[in-house]
Design a protein around this ligand. Structure first.
Ligand SMILES: Nc1ncnc2c1ncn2[C@@H]1O[C@H](COP(=O)(O)OP(=O)(O)OP(=O)(O)O)[C@@H](O)[C@H]1O
Length: 241
């Protein structure tokens, strides 16, 4: 099977500021792929390009064999952005219904998916409340539920667990692993947190718009002769400087 995502020689600047430099990434079907790096490294810009929301200056991106941007492929992508794009005057349930209606789902499948997604993020008791009355963490959880609602082949989650308490964070990670292992979903997660990176099949360490190193967590630690991904990041950064 072809890889789900192929990013080739992608370069991007905003004005005169280079943000991504010659990025190459291949993500296989059914892989949980982590993009890890400090604030401003370029992770969000890269995932926005994979989704088709930003255009690269050079290079190409293919998702499920289609060159991005491609409107039809959006049916296959569940995207959770870093800033919540929610309708504040609608309830949580109405937001979920609205986003579910954008996808090819029957009415009964829609109902089932909304119940599943709301339950996963512990929002079922709050579905009838308006989003304007939600806390920051509740809005993050609703955004994650929206990304999952259409049952996409590919999940792209930009810092999905920021502002979420440890217990729920653990259950979300367990569900991501289940979606990968049992349903064969391909998942991209961006994170600042190394313990989340440890759970990924493959990790790419991003800094200053470049990929410093990539591989499985074990491969990375072995090749840098260190015991943690934090140390890999530090060593890889020194090599770049
Ligand atoms: N629309 C834009 N216009 C101008 N500069 C931008 C724009 N979007 C991002 N940038 C700049 O691009 C760089 C990379 O930003 P990006 O959001 O991709 O980083 P990130 O790794 O996702 O960071 P964080 O973890 O804080 O979200 C930053 O210096 C940011 O200021």
């Amino acid at each position: 099977m072809n890889p789900t995502i192929v990013v080739e020689n992608v370069t991007k600047s905003f004005g005169k500021k280079p943000v991504l430099n010659e990025i190459n990434v291949t993500i296989e079907s059914g892989q949980l792929y982590g993009l890890i790096g400090p604030s401003g490294a370029g992770k969000t810009t890269l995932v926005k390009m994979i989704v088709g929301m930003e255009k690269s200056d050079a290079g190409s991106i293919h998702v499920l064999d289609k060159k991005m941007p491609n409107l039809a492929i959006l049916q296959e992508i569940g995207y959770m952005a870093q800033s919540d794009a929610l309708y504040a005057e609608l309830t949580g349930e109405e937001n979920l219904k609205f986003f579910a209606s954008l996808f090819k789902l029957s009415k009964s499948a829609q109902k089932q998916r909304i119940a599943y997604a709301a339950d996963l993020v512990n929002l079922t008791p709050d579905l009838k409340k308006r989003v304007s009355a939600y806390s920051g963490g509740m809005k993050r959880r609703l955004s994650l539920a929206i990304a999952l609602v259409q049952d996409p082949k590919l999940l792209i989650l930009d810092e999905p667990t920021v502002g979420i308490d440890p217990e729920l964070k653990l259950s979300i990670w367990n569900e991501l692993l289940r979606l990968k292992n049992e349903e064969g979903k391909t998942i991209i997660v961006t994170t600042h947190v190394m313990d989340e990176a440890e759970r990924c099949d493959v990790v790419a360490m991003v800094r200053n718009g470049r990929i410093l190193a990539s591989g499985t967590p074990t491969e990375l630690k072995d090749s840098y002769h260190v015991g943690s991904l934090d140390e890999v990041f530090l060593k890889a950064g020194v090599n770049q400087a």
